[in-house]
Structure formats: structure tokens, C-alpha cells
Design a protein around this ligand. Structure first.
Ligand code: PMP
Length: 353
């Protein structure tokens, strides 16, 4: 049954974000940039010892155990840290909190597709400057008047990382706007803009436990920045839902942060496999921008990406493909274990022959 047109007029309509597939059976899963290795071993221990009686109580709304662990890890005060249910939750609240101008916010035309969805959902005007021919963000495009700026570094799905000097230049040109650097993948790439937070009160850095910390299933994200910005973010959070992170996420997240050695080992394994994967892909004739995240955005001059995507899927190897202008020739391939990558390359070798 439909609903009447007058009723429909008052309903908020939005074209939602489309997440990558999560098949509920075992496949070679290289489609949503998850980490192929388990979380830090301490996380398992914490879960084994978890007292379910704790579930009677609401979790700590300030998420102190986690914000303190993060503050310690990054050498900032806990008043500079905000946590949420994955960086999607944090970013969504950031849009609501910081992007309130009549002027358009700016983000690249090819980037994390959720930005456009939040802008539309919250009715924030936006402009999307085009990446250049090489899929690089053009810094001068971000010198124009705006109501805020957001970009990922490394960018997604291109995997291109820009040096801190680039980020700093954008911050310098936008002292009146909040600039959000979405660093979901920075641990695989290079220096974080966290180095700049004392210098720039307009900078907010957002990171996640979903990638380098192998905890996408637990949904933990965070923002670090100036105390005043974090306070505003908390005010908006408490106007929505006080208890966002659940009991288990709080203690598991804090435990994961404590194990720096595991974190670093996990990252270096992925980087090593990524560098090997670049050589393999190049050897097979693929072209791609230099990948700095845990994925490679690759095209083959002789083969349709759409057809390759479907053939791979048939073989239970999942990668990501979008039918968008300028990107339909590309596959986004997440870095898996060495064994998973070997299976992928065996398939591609056969396919390309
Ligand atoms: N930012 C970027 C650039 C991403 O690719 C993702 C992952 N889809 C996210 C944020 C959100 O990740 P999560 O909500 O798992 O922290």
C-alpha cells in the first residue's frame, strides 16, 4: 500500500550510503578495507573475562576508560578526545556540529561517498572540487570561501596520501572554517595531522579502530582536536544519545590501544603485503596511483573492471567496484593476508591470459 502525497511531503527522503557487501559465508573478502588479522590478543582476554552482570548497567557516557587510553597513546589531554560508534558516527556528528554555515562545505568529487549523504541528510550546501587527472586533490580549490572542509588522507578510494605540508597549507588558508581530516587509513601511510592540533584550532582529526586496529566489528571511532571543538561535539552527542559506545566496546577498545607493539606489527605486515601486491599488479599490466592505505585502486587497460569484478565474485573473491564517472574502470582491492592475495593473483593471472 502506498501513502498519500501530503503525508509523503513531510517525510525526510535521502539517498542512502551503500555499504560494501558482507556475505555471511567464508569468501576471500577484499571489498570493505577490513584488516585480515585479529585484534590485539588482550582484546580476546578481556572478552573471555567479561562479567555479563555489567550489562545491567548503562555504559559510562563519557567513555573515560577509552578516551584516557587514546589520550595517553597520542600524548594529548582527554578533553581533546571524542569517541563514537565507528568513525561514521563521529563524522556524522561532526557534519551536524561544525558545518552550519550558509556557505557550501568542500570535499573532493571522488572521495568517501558518505560525505555527500550526510550533507544531503542535514541539508548542508556542498561543492565538490574535482580531483586532477592523477586523482590528486588540488589544494588551490580549497582556497575559496566555504562553510567547512573535509577530506580523507589517504583519500579513498584512490589510496593517495598527501604530505603534512599539504594539510597545513589547507589549514592556513581556512582559519575561519573547521577542517576535518579523515585519517581512517593514515596508519598505513605516513605522518598524521595530529602533529598539528596544538598549532591549529580549526583542525579536527578523525580516526578509527576499523582498519589498523582490526576491530571493524566493534564499531569504535574518535576525533582529536582543540578542547572547544571537542566540547561542542559532546554537546551535540548528548543531545542525541548519551550512551553510544557499549560496555564491551569501551574495555576492548582501551585494551587494544595499550598494545602498541601489536599495532605496529599488524601495520607493517599489511604494508609489506601491499608493496608485494603492487609489484604483482604492475606485472599483470594493471595501473594504479601509488597506494598508501590498506587498499589499491587499480585499472587494467585491456579488461573491463565491471567484468573482472563479476568474474572474481563468481570465484568467491570479493573486491569493490563502482559504476561512477572516472572510476568505473577501477577495482578497489583491499590488502588481505599473503595467502588471500596469492589466490587473487592466481585468479587474475589466469583471467588475463
Ligand atoms: N572514512 C573513510 C575514508 C572510510 O573509508 C571509512 C570506512 N568505510 C570510514 C571513514 C568509516 O569507518 P568506520 O565507521 O568503520 O570507522
Amino acid at each position: 500500500m502506498g501513502i498519500n502525497a501530503n503525508l509523503l511531503k513531510n517525510i525526510r527522503k535521502v539517498e542512502p550510503y551503500v555499504p560494501g557487501e558482507q556475505p555471511q559465508r567464508k569468501v576471500i573478502k577484499l571489498n570493505t578495507n577490513e584488516n585480515p588479522y585479529p585484534p590485539a590478543p588482550g582484546v580476546k582476554k578481556v572478552l573471555e573475562q567479561f562479567q555479563t552482570d555489567m550489562l545491567r548497567l548503562y555504559p559510562d557516557p563519557t567513555a573515560e576508560i577509552l578516551t584516557e587510553a587514546l589520550a595517553g597513546f597520542y600524548g594529548v589531554d582527554k578533553e581533546q578526545v571524542f569517541t563514537g560508534v565507528g568513525s561514521d558516527d563521529v563524522l556524522s556528528l561532526c557534519f551536524l556540529t561544525f558545518f552550519n554555515s550558509d556557505k557550501p562545505i568542500l570535499f573532493p568529487d571522488i572521495t568517501y561517498s558518505f560525505y555527500k549523504v550526510w550533507a544531503q541528510l542535514y541539508r548542508i550546501p556542498y561543492v565538490c572540487p574535482k580531483l586532477n587527472e592523477d586523482f590528486r586533490i588540488v589544494r588551490e580549490d580549497y582556497y575559496q570561501e566555504n562553510g567547512g572542509i573535509i577530506f580523507p588522507n589517504p583519500n579513498a578510494p584512490t589510496s593517495i596520501y598527501e604530505e603534512l605540508e599539504f594539510v597545513e597549507d589547507i589549514l592556513d588558508h581556512n582559519k575561519e572554517s573547521v577542517v576535518i581530516v579523515d585519517e581512517a587509513y593514515v596508519d598505513f601511510a605516513g605522518r598524521s595531522a595530529l602533529e598539528l592540533i596544538e598549532k591549529y584550532d580549526n583542525l579536527l582529526v578523525v580516526q578509527t579502530f576499523s582498519k589498523a586496529r582490526s576491530m571493524a566489528g566493534m564499531r569504535i571511532g574518535y576525533a582529536i582536536g582543540n578542547r572547544a571543538l571537542i566540547r561542542c561535539l559532546n554537546d551535540v552527542k548528548y543531545s542525541f544519545n548519551s550512551y553510544t559506545l557499549n560496555q564491551t566496546a569501551l574495555i576492548c577498545g582501551a585494551e587494544a590501544v595499550r598494545d602498541k607493539a601489536y599495532f605496529e606489527k599488524n601495520i607493517s605486515k599489511i604494508i609489506k603485503t601491499r608493496e608485494m601486491a603492487k609489484e604483482k599488479l604492475a606485472g599483470l599490466g594493471f595501473v594504479f596511483p601509488d597506494a598508501k592505505a590498506n587498499f589499491i585502486f587499480a585499472a587494467h587497460p585491456k579488461y573491463s573492471a565491471q567484468e573482472m569484478y563479476l568474474a572474481l565474485k563468481k570465484a568467491d573473491i570479493y573486491v569493490r567496484h563502482w559504476d561512477g564517472e572516472r572510476i568505473r574502470d577501477y577495482l578497489r582491492i583491499t590488502i588481505g593476508t599473503e595467502e588471500e592475495m596469492r589466490i587473487l593473483f592466481d585468479f587474475l593471472q589466469q583471467y588475463i591470459k
